[in-house]
Design a protein around this ligand. Structure first.
Ligand code: ADP
Length: 828
């Protein structure tokens, strides 16, 4: 049109009839112009055909349909037929072949040439090249798709959102019925991420398939126009066909030369993939490649941020607790569900692997996990945990295939639990602290959760390190607490040793005293400072001699074997019972002074023999007298019988007194003796006692009474004071076997009244003055001097005098007799 506008308008009008004008218009037209005869052959072609590479002369005589794209022949033929009937047609889209064999998009119109007779003689065809316009429109469409995609990139929250958007864009932009995007996973295996119009079955069957190797450099699209000739293996081809797919195109998704995944285009029927389709798809793919990479980077950044946060939280949480159980629970809680579906912590305790924490985000699967570990504990041979603990190296299974779960080699319990758990990926990291492998942390994902990737493994390793330090700290703390408690226990024990009544001495392996408690000092009369750091024999040769005789027990003490041995202590003999326990650092001796107990024991046995003797003597006399009286062959006269009867009475009386003494002594012990205190005339009591003694005193003993003039009375129990004095006088007589004078004196001493019983008998050595008052104590238990007694008399005297607020003592040098004195406050 722009060309025709150059024609001078003033020339328009008359010149239109001019054939030269016609020709000029034809020659200058941009449109492709032909005239055809009724048979469709070209009779004229305008110079503009040269733009398609044709020489106009070559076109003459050719059939117009020869220049039409085979796909457009039908429409073009029909149009031609219509025009030959005399109708005009406009704007038929056609593809017209260029000289080089390619096609130009044109919009064609046809006009019949009618003769003067009105009959159609031929036709004129004009065609306008719209290739560029179409290309432009195509580009605009692509741009629209790309813009939409760019928009989607900014809006998409997740990579999968974006990928789904890309699939939609491809379907709209390319015009295919179905499409999908697959991305390579951690191991480079292609996994469906977004799709449209594909069945689950098809995806399962083709998941992982890729026409390129994982490390392909600059992978190119693979176009399959007809699946039947695509070179797929029969099984795959069958799957594709079942899905109703006739043609398929693989468009690589590449970023930075790295194969990230692929786009898939599907056509239901066999289809020749056009450049435009592939170009659009690649444009989208390129766009998406960088976006996917960016998304991945953003995801990684977010993940690493999350990980950083998690580790920070882990450190904070783990440092709080020094309690082992709490620490382990914290670890499990950090992992599940944040990082993995499940988590198990195994620790090495006393050389064995023990599971100490276990958790799964779903309770049912937690049960399956427990069954799994029960069927195959971490302690079993070949268990991954064993391997990690032995090697100290992480074990990572990024992808656990379904097939491996169904392995018929699994025993039934294990297989059942494994399938119920449905692990998808698993990692086991060692728990290492201070160079020691404390155990292992196992974690993994199960069905319905993305697999762990290598970045996760690094996180678990880091978490494992922190957990190990925390566990280590908790154990250290526990150990420290135990040690402290033990030390405290020891300190308490040492403190207790200060107070125990038993002497405790610790002698080290070299015989040096290391511990000497106060009781030891008290018994041996040697203070700790004199003996600590020295050998026992240096200060206590007597004790050292005894210690070597003690049979030692190995620690811990069993039934202790105690030895009671005489030990010379400060010049006197003490009986000491000693036991010893040997331990690593030496020997602990425990000993106590049993002289007292031993003494009492001896007294008791002495008493038994004394009392039995004391009782037997009068009994024998009574028995003898009674026998004599019963004898029929002996005719006794009255005086003889009286003498025997008197003897029986006297001995019975003596027996009664012994028994009474024993009873009284035990009543005094029990504190059940009551006194009737009254004012008693001292002189009168003394007279009665001496009078009674006269009846039994032997002739060799001269009894005397000396009462001072005006002796005041005393406040005492009348019977008891008489019993005391009678006892003292009886002893004086008894212990004067060779006879002599026995004097009972009563005198005033200030505001007190004193009774004295003096004899010239055996005397009592000063060393025994304290002892004689003790129950059952006798100077001569073996009766070497033939004097009997129970040893109760003086005990009874002392107790009674004490109860009457008096004083009793003895004076004797041990030879030439003794004097016993009893003193009371004067009455009034
Ligand atoms: P018993 O006379 O029955 O043996 P006692 O308690 O009366 O018991 O006396 C205790 C011991 O004291 C006697 O065994 C004796 O050895 C000694 N004793 C008591 N009185 C005298 C004394 N007058 N002279 C010598 N020894 C005496």
């Amino acid at each position: 049109v722009s060309e025709t506008s150059r024609i001078d308008p003033s020339a328009v009008g008359a010149p239109l009839d001019d054939p030269r004008v016609h020709r000029a218009v034809l020659e200058s037209s941009q449109d492709l112009i032909v005239t055809l005869d009724l048979g469709g052959r070209i009779t004229y072609a305008s110079p503009s055909w040269q733009r398609l590479g044709h020489r106009t002369d070559d076109l003459l005589g050719r059939h117009a349909l020869d220049l039409v794209h085979p796909d457009d022949l039908e429409g073009a033929g029909a149009a031609l037929a219509i025009v030959t009937t005399g109708e005009s047609l406009e704007a038929i889209p056609l593809r017209v072949r260029r000289a080089d064999g390619t096609y130009a998009d044109v919009e064609a119109a046809g006009t019949p040439l009618v003769g003067d007779d009105g009959a159609v003689t031929g036709l004129v065809g004009t065609a306008r090249d719209v290739s560029e316009r179409l290309a432009l429109r195509g580009r605009l469409a692509e741009l629209g798709v790309v813009n939409r995609l760019a928009d989607a990139v900014t809006r998409a929250r997740t990579l999968d959102d974006l990928l789904q958007e890309a699939v939609t864009a491809i379907i709209e932009g390319v015009g295919t019925s179905r499409a999908s995007v697959l991305l390579a996973d951690a191991e480079g295996v292609m996994r469906f991420r977004a799709w449209s119009g594909l069945s689950d079955e098809y995806r399962r069957a083709t998941d992982g398939h890729s026409p390129w190797p994982v490390d392909a450099v600059d992978p190119q699209p693979v176009l399959v126009a007809d699946v039947a000739h695509g070179g797929f293996d029969t099984e795959l081809e069958a799957v594709i066909r079942r899905e109703g797919i006739g043609a398929v195109a693989f468009i690589p998704l590449v970023h930075d030369g790295r194969l990230l995944g692929k786009f898939m285009l599907y056509e239901d029927e066999p289809h020749e993939w056009t450049e435009a389709e592939i170009r659009l798809c690649r444009t989208i793919s390129n766009h998406l490649g960088s976006s996917a990479a960016r998304f991945r980077a953003r995801g990684e950044l977010r993940a690493s941020h999350r990980r950083f946060e998690l580790l920070a939280r882990a450190s904070a949480l783990l440092s709080v607790s020094l309690d082992v159980d709490r620490t382990l629970d914290t670890i499990a809680a950090l992992v599940v569900p944040e990082l993995a579906s499940y988590c198990v912590v195994d620790l090495v305790r006393d050389g064995a692997v023990v599971t100490v924490a276990m958790d799964h985000e779903e309770p049912e699967k937690a049960a399956a996990l427990r069954r799994l570990r029960a069927a195959r504990p971490a302690s079993s041979e070949g268990h991954p945990v064993q391997h990690v603990i032995a090697s100290g190296e992480t074990m990572f299974r990024p992808s656990i295939a379904d097939a491996s779960l169904d392995d018929p080699a699994h025993e039934s319990d294990f297989g059942e639990a494994l399938r119920a758990l449905g692990p998808r990926s698993a990692v086991v990291v060692p728990l290492v602290a201070r160079g020691h492998i404390l155990g292992a942390l196992s974690a993994g994902t199960t069905d319905g959760r993305p697999r762990l990737d290598p970045a996760d493994v690094g996180l678990f390793e880091e978490l494992g390190r922190r957990a190990a330090v925390a566990v280590d700290n908790a154990f250290l703390h526990l150990e420290m607490r135990r040690a402290r408690e033990e030390a405290e226990g020891r300190a308490h024990a040492a403190e207790a040793l200060e107070f125990v009544g038993d002497a405790v001495a610790l002698v080290d392996t070299r015989g040096v005293v290391r511990l000497w408690n106060p009781a030891a000092a008290a018994i041996t009369l040697v203070p700790a400072e004199d003996v600590l750091g020295r050998r026992v024999e240096e200060r206590l040769p007597g004790l050292a001699a005894a210690l070597v005789q003690v049979p030692l027990q190995p620690a811990p003490p069993g039934e202790s074997r105690v030895r009671t041995l005489p030990v010379d202590v400060g010049g006197t003999e003490r009986w000491v019972s000693i036991s010893g326990v040997r331990f690593l650092g030496g020997t602990v001796y425990a000993f106590r002074d049993v002289s007292e107990e031993r003494f009492v024991e001896r007294l008791k046995s002495d008493f038994v023999s004394t009392v039995s003797h004391e009782l037997r003597t009068p009994l024998a006399a009574v028995f003898g007298a009674a026998q004599t009286l019963r004898r029929a062959d002996l005719s006794l006269d009255a005086p003889q019988r009286d003498a025997l009867l008197e003897m029986i009475a006297g001995e019975a009386d003596r027996l009664a007194r012994i028994v009474e003494d024993i009873l009284l002594a035990s009543r005094l012990d029990a504190g059940t003796v009551t006194l009737e205190v009254e004012q008693v005339d001292a002189a009168q009591v003394a007279e009665q006692v001496v009078g009674a003694a006269r009846s039994y005193a032997p002739d060799t003993v001269a009894l005397a009474l000396e009462v001072e003039e005006g002796v005041p009375p005393v406040d005492v129990d009348r019977d008891k004071i008489r019993q005391v004095l009678a006892n003292l006088v009886e002893n004086a007589i008894k212990y004067s076997p060779d006879g002599g004078r026995v004097l009972l004196g009563v005198a005033r001493d200030g505001d007190r009244v004193r009774f004295t019983v003096t004899d010239e008998g055996l005397g009592i050595p000063p060393g025994e003055h304290g002892r004689i008052w003790e129950k059952f104590y006798r100077l001569d238990p073996n009766l070497t001097r033939g004097v009997g007694g129970t040893g109760l008399g003086l005990y009874i005297c002392r107790e009674l005098v004490g109860q009457m607020d008096g004083r009793i003592w003895v004076e004797s040098t041990g030879v030439g007799g003794s004097t016993f004195a009893v003193e009371f406050a004067a009455a009034g």
